[in-house]
Design a protein around this ligand. Structure first.
Ligand SMILES: Cc1cc2nc3c(=O)[nH]c(=O)nc-3n(C[C@H](O)[C@H](O)[C@H](O)COP(=O)(O)OP(=O)(O)OC[C@H]3O[C@@H](n4cnc5c(N)ncnc54)[C@H](O)[C@@H]3O)c2cc1C
Length: 265
């Protein structure tokens, strides 16, 4: 997101307890927010979760696994080519190349943080095959990869002294003045808190909850995008949403997702 020309956001009248964050505030405690917090160490930061930690995240629900060119017969260029072919002309090649190149190091980093991926008897990663991939490159932990990543990263964050984790802390506004961001307004069970910081990182997940049919937690309603827009950010490419091709229509909301793995193995 890039800054949008705007006058300072008008401050809503509120009676809030003022707390200095002492560093960046990360909104969201899924894989993105927790990873950022651990990476920022030893810089102090506060991570905010709208509900209980681990609950209401897409991360905890992810099943199939993470694509990365980890196999002996694979490399980032092949992963890039497969992704661009599957993207049917919509991909930004530089972005795809940067993300696929970063994949193996990201898997190694998650492993260092404690994520336990499935391995064979020699200790090598067991790689799954999914739709559109020409190589086996799906790193997984059973069929509950996201739950394992969330467990590992939550444990890592809880053991990182510089990270403060707040649960039941719903951000309702990013506060600004003429010079930029000054903090966030947080609804907590004990009242409103004005958490002061000049650095806010949005890691609020997806927007599936806005749609009639979704496989996302219903709390994924694009709150982060709305908060950013109201604070003056320019939103870009927000129509680029993954519509997962398979879900079970069994009258449950959100719909149970049918993993990408059904189009590979
Ligand atoms: C059923 C399912 C299966 C999936 N399977 C795969 C898969 O196999 N492989 C794969 O690569 N991807 C998969 N995905 C996608 C993947 O899970 C997500 O892209 C990823 O987990 C997003 O992580 P995140 O940290 O950005 O968001 P999330 O994990 O959704 O976390 C968002 C966080 O933001 C917080 N939040 C939101 N708004 C506020 C607010 N206003 N104030 C405070 N906190 C707020 C929430 O409480 C939460 O802590 C799947 C997704 C789903 C739903």
């Amino acid at each position: 997101m890039t800054p949008r020309q705007t006058s300072a956001t008008p401050r809503a009248p509120h009676a809030a307890t003022v707390i200095e964050a002492g560093g960046p505030v990360i909104i969201g405690a899924g894989l993105a927010g927790l990873s950022a917090a651990v990476e920022l160490a030893p810089l102090p930061c506060v991570v905010l979760s709208a509900g209980a930690l681990s609950i209401g995240t897409s991360t905890g629900w992810a099943q199939g696994g993470v694509a990365a060119a980890m196999g002996a017969d694979d490399n980032a260029e092949l992963h890039t080519a497969d992704t661009i072919a599957a993207g049917a002309g919509l991909c930004e090649p530089e972005a795809v190349a940067a993300i696929t190149a970063a994949g193996p190091a990201a898997i190694d980093w998650l492993t260092e943080q404690g994520a336990r991926f499935d391995r064979d008897v020699t200790g090598s990663l067991k790689l799954g095959l999914e739709g559109a991939h020409s190589r086996r490159r799906i790193v997984h932990a059973g069929d509950a990869t996201g739950a394992e990543l969330l467990r590992a990263m939550l444990t890592a964050a809880q053991h990182t002294a510089s990270v403060s984790l707040w649960e039941y802390a719903l951000v309702t506004e990013i506060l600004t003045d003429a010079d930029g961001v000054t903090g966030v307004l947080v609804r907590t069970p004990t009242g409103m808190i004005e958490l002061r910081t000049a650095q806010v990182l949005l890691a609020t997940g997806g927007i599936g909850g806005l749609f009639e049919h979704t496989t996302n937690p219903l709390s994924s309603r694009g709150q982060g995008l709305a908060l950013a827009y109201r604070a003056g950010a320019t939103l870009r490419d927000i129509e680029m949403v993954q519509f997962h091709p398979t879900a079970l229509d069994v009258g449950i909301d959100p719909m149970p997702l049918v993993s990408e793995a059904v189009r590979g193995e």
